[in-house]
Design a protein around this ligand. Structure first.
Ligand code: FAD
Length: 493
């Protein structure tokens, strides 16, 4: 029987996707979505279009997610069902923004292209950091100790490869995706393919990758195509032919806005925004009771928690504790958009990441994790007056750098050093700073097992399968992971 009343706690992208999909699966159920902010969308709503001074036109500025990968069928499905095809802007795989990515190694001015597997590797400056890792990985056999069921990415890359490659490449990668420390991040939760390939290649990841037979590749492709059948993709797949990443003309906020528009049109969905949940109780008569600081209590028969796990931990009753809600740390990120009044100030590419300094996280690099070259990859978002040329970048700071220096002159000086420019950068036309506290979780080693135990706890002990816990803290932080978890929530109800 369909649930009578589902409450969705938290109206970030996970909560919005849950409301959208649950209302399609259970058209007769009442759904209440409760969100403490005025607007829905969580971190995925940090988008704004601003006018440039002097009638130069307007640009999109983003504090949260910038792009999505076309591999995520659940997001493509939303693009189709919400009629967003015309709003999509894509970065083709053949463009410099898709092909060229750079790295800054603290202590050395400039940024260096991350080499691709080609002849040019032989003179790429970064080869000195990459070659030791590749060489050891190729010659070392199985070396995973029996009792190691998970480990950090750094420990994995050091065990298979070399500590230098782990520090330089591994830390930069984790700065770019999780704004976190690769010495803490679970390799199995964040990069499950690496763990699988190690097993497949009997230790050697590259061997596992290179020795995939034609049959195995075909089987993988078939599985992908079979899986794709779960989604209503319309013609959107065609739009993604040869696409590396994509966004929307008015920024990533479009997805949250259109989801909000769609669910608020549905008479069965009640949206309580600007409403902080203060407690979740068990009510003998009505099942659950959700108390908020603004409205009468809500009495749902079923609950989806799409809250950050520490926020859920604060509201559950002592009588019904849930394990592991506060195990993983969350990192804060400051994003600074800077628009310069000149054409390109950087080499053509997606942007660059900064790796962990050799000692440890120090005040070095003002706490910069990476910089995206937005006017290279997403220039179609900007409506510029004829003949007008600008450069737009986003500087991400913080994460494991606990006290980043976000003062504009400091950030500009570091940019100048990273870009190896003799002259100072021109005075920006516009800047926008987004302080995003505790915005990305770091799944620590053992995360997958802990989340299984959380699921087990929710299946009994009074919860009895009537509440599901999803969101960035549970099954992956990408937009694709969050939307997918909203699509599959409540399948057993
Ligand atoms: C800076 C940054 C850059 C990113 N870049 C990318 C990218 O390029 N590509 C990509 O795929 N992903 C990216 N991500 C990841 C992705 O955007 C997030 O993981 C995702 O948006 C999280 O969605 P969520 O709904 O699970 O969580 P949230 O967005 O955190 O939503 C949770 C909601 O719960 C609400 N809430 C909390 N407590 C309460 C309470 N007591 N009562 C009521 N409501 C409450 C919050 O206000 C919030 O709206 C990025 C994330 C950040 C922060």
């Amino acid at each position: 029987m369909a649930p009578k009343h589902i409450a969705i706690l938290g109206g970030g992208l996970t909560g919005l996707s849950s409301a959208f999909h649950l209302s399609r699966r259970f058209p007769s159920s009442t759904i209440t979505i409760i969100e403490k902010s005025k607007t829905l969308g969580g971190w995925a709503s940090n988008t704004e279009r601003v006018q440039l001074p002097g009638g130069r036109g307007s640009v999109v500025l983003e504090g949260g997610p910038h792009t999505v990968r076309p591999a995520s069928n659940s997001v493509l499905e939303l693009v189709n069902l919400l009629g967003l095809s015309d709003a999509v802007i894509a970065t083709p795989k053949t463009s410099p923004a898709a092909k060229n990515r750079f790295l800054h190694v603290p202590g050395t001015p400039g940024i260096y292209e991350i080499p691709r597997p080609s002849l040019s590797y032989l003179w790429a400056p970064l080869r000195f950091f990459i070659t030791p890792g590749l060489s050891f990985e190729l010659i070392r056999g199985w070396n995973r100790p029996k009792d190691v069921l998970d480990e950090s990415l750094e420990s994995f890359m050091t065990r298979r490869g070399h500590p230098v490659t782990a520090r330089v490449l591994g830390s930069a990668l984790v700065h770019g995706i999780y704004a976190s420390d690769s010495r803490l991040l679970s390799v199995r939760a964040a990069f499950p393919k690496l763990w699988e390939l190690e097993e497949k290649g009997n230790g050697r990841i590259l061997w596992g990758l290179l020795t995939r037979s034609k049959k195995e590749k075909e089987a993988e492709k078939e599985k992908e195509e079979e899986d794709r059948k779960r989604y209503k993709l319309g013609n959107v797949l065609k739009l993604m032919d040869g696409v590396s990443v994509y966004s929307f003309r008015d920024g990533m906020g479009t997805l949250a806005e259109e989801l909000t528009r769609s669910i608020t049109k549905n008479p069965n969905i009640r949206v309580l925004s600007n409403t902080e949940i203060t407690a979740l109780r068990f009510d003998e008569e009505n099942g659950f009771e959700i108390a908020t600081q603004r409205t009468n209590p809500v009495h749902p028969s079923h609950i989806v928690s799409a809250l950050p796990l520490p926020a859920l931990n604060k509201i559950i009753p002592d009588t019904h504790p849930l394990p592991y809600l506060t195990t993983n740390p969350y990192n804060s990120v400051t994003a600074i958009n800077i628009v310069f009044p000149t054409a390109k100030i950087y080499p053509r590419g997606f942007g660059y990441l900064v790796c962990r300094p050799e000692g440890d996280y120090a005040a070095d690099d003002a706490g910069i994790l990476g910089v995206t070259f937005d006017s290279e990859s997403l220039s179609a978002q900007d409506n510029l007056a004829p003949g007008e040329r600008i450069t737009k970048v986003t500087v991400m700071l913080g994460g494991p750098h606990r006290a980043p220096d976000t003062a504009l002159p400091v950030v500009l000086a570091h940019l100048q050093y990273h870009l190896n420019r003799r002259k100072p950068l021109p005075e920006p036309l516009v800047t926008r700073t987004w302080q995003q506290r505790n915005c990305i979780p770091t799944p620590l080693p053992g995360h997958l097992e802990r989340m299984e135990k959380l699921k087990e706890a929710l299946s009994g002990g009074g919860w009895d399968g009537r509440m599901e816990v999803i969101g960035a803290g549970v099954r992956g932080v990408s937009i694709g992971d969050c939307v997918e978890s909203g699509k599959t929530v409540g399948m057993a109800w």
